[in-house]
Design a protein around this ligand. Structure first.
Ligand code: MN
Ligand code: MN
Length: 406
């Protein structure tokens, strides 16, 4: 079919020239229609074809989907962007993704030299570096200090209430993902250094620091800081404080230096308090799935899962008991959510390696593999339930393979 006749056919099926022109501008493929054999119909519009193409499993759900599971996906592309003089930030909290009571996420960019102002907050902060390099600093309640430089794939964790800063390094600064162990967390509502100075009488500041009152009262307005430009710092060694005692457990971790679990179709790196001791409230897995591969059917026996998609395309099917199941599609920059104990799989539906993070509000990572469960249960019992033939019973796997084909 040439493009003129395809357009003519589309005009007939969707009945709107404007819609067709929009569709044709985006791709050569015909616009999707919400129908399967024996169900559905055409979609005369109005419609947002770009979004429908991005969510094929919402638009035309697999026939196995059923019921009314809550929304389990929110894209950072749909989040409000806060632009500041030194970079930008956007967040996905319980206000954006209503089901996420346990975890909130922030995506932040610091230009070269730019600083995320010294601050603290009630939630603990876990981070994954997505781009560039950064210098991070912190001081713990026992007066021990921490300073380190982090690059792509590195993590940090600042416990609840610990004051810290982040500064973009190198020629182009950095971008990172922050994960907080509280869905109600609000990045616009943290305890800022300049904010406290601004709201403390100068005579109190003078008394507190033992310096003349005239030395105070020049603090910039907090709206001028938050994320602000600053000169690039010197080498890491120059930022080490003489006479300071370092924190006993590092607040940073090199996740990519870990030996991954490796299968034929991908890798999994797990970081929790067993190998990153300071991270007592966030456990994480970095998953890579090759085209055609799938994070196998499994669930987590301890808590909900909050996901961040770094690269590629995926679909996730979630089974929530009582016949309920829904399927969601994801691409880079999207956040996904899996309610506690619900079964799920994540399939690479694209042509490049799928990379995503699984995060849990927990000191430890844990999952239960459907395949391993069946392999370690008396076969007669399994057959009595599922009526599987020998071909399936023979390939059940007693050891875990998180990414299949294994
Ligand atoms: Mn913070
Ligand atoms: Mn999972």
């Amino acid at each position: 079919m040439n493009s003129a006749s395809r357009r003519a056919m589309l005009a007939g099926s969707v009945g709107g020239l404007l819609t067709v022109a929009t569709a044709a501008a985006q791709t050569d493929q015909p616009a999707p229609e919400p129908r399967r054999p024996g169900a559905g119909g055409t979609d005369p519009g109005p419609r947002n074809i770009t979004l429908e193409r991005q969510n094929p499993d919402l638009y035309v759900p697999p026939s196995t989907d059923h019921g009314t599971l809550p929304n389990l996906r929110f894209s950072f592309a749909d989040a409000h962007m806060r632009l500041e003089s030194g970079g930008w930030t956007r967040q996905i909290t319980v206000r954006e993704l209503g089901i996420s009571k346990n975890i909130a996420g922030v995506n932040m960019r610091l230009n070269s030299g730019a600083v995320r102002e010294l601050h603290w907050h009630k939630a603990a902060e876990w981070a994954f570096m997505l781009y560039g390099t950064a210098r991070i600093t912190a001081v713990d309640p026992k007066g021990r200090n921490f300073v380190d430089d982090v690059g792509v794939g590195d993590l940090w964790y600042f416990p609840s209430g610990v004051p810290h800063s982040i500064q973009g390094l190198g020629p182009d600064g950095c971008e990172f993902l922050l994960v907080f162990d509280d869905g109600e967390f609000d990045e616009d509502n943290t305890f800022l250094l300049s904010d406290w100075f601004k709201h403390t009488p100068t005579e109190v500041l003078a008394k507190n620091f033992g310096a003349p009152q005239s030395a105070f009262g020049h603090t910039p307005d907090p709206s001028q800081l938050y994320i602000f430009p600053a000169p690039l710092p010197g080498p890491l060694a120059s930022d080490r404080i003489a006479g300071a005692t370092p924190v006993p457990n590092s607040f940073s971790h090199r996740m990519m230096a870990q030996d991954p679990i490796r299968t034929r179709s991908g890798t999994v790196r797990i970081t929790d308090s067993s190998n990153f001791p300071v991270s007592t409230t966030i456990a994480a897995a970095l998953v890579e799935v090759e085209p055609g591969g799938m994070r196998e059917l499994h669930w987590h026996p301890n808590t909900d899962e909050w996901q961040y998609y770094i690269q590629g395309k995926a679909r996730m099917g979630v089974f929530a008991a009582a016949g309920q199941a829904r399927t969601f599609d994801f691409m880079a920059g999207d956040v996904g959510y899996v309610p506690f104990a619900t079964g799920h799989y994540i399939e690479n539906t694209g042509s490049e390696t799928l990379r995503f993070l699984e995060m849990f509000k927990s000191s430890y990572y844990a999952d239960v593999s459907l395949n391993q469960w069946l392999a370690l249960t008396p076969p007669e019992l399994v057959e009595a339930h599922l009526h599987l033939d020998e071909a399936v019973m023979h390939v059940l796997r007693k050891t875990q393979a998180p990414v299949v084909p294994a």
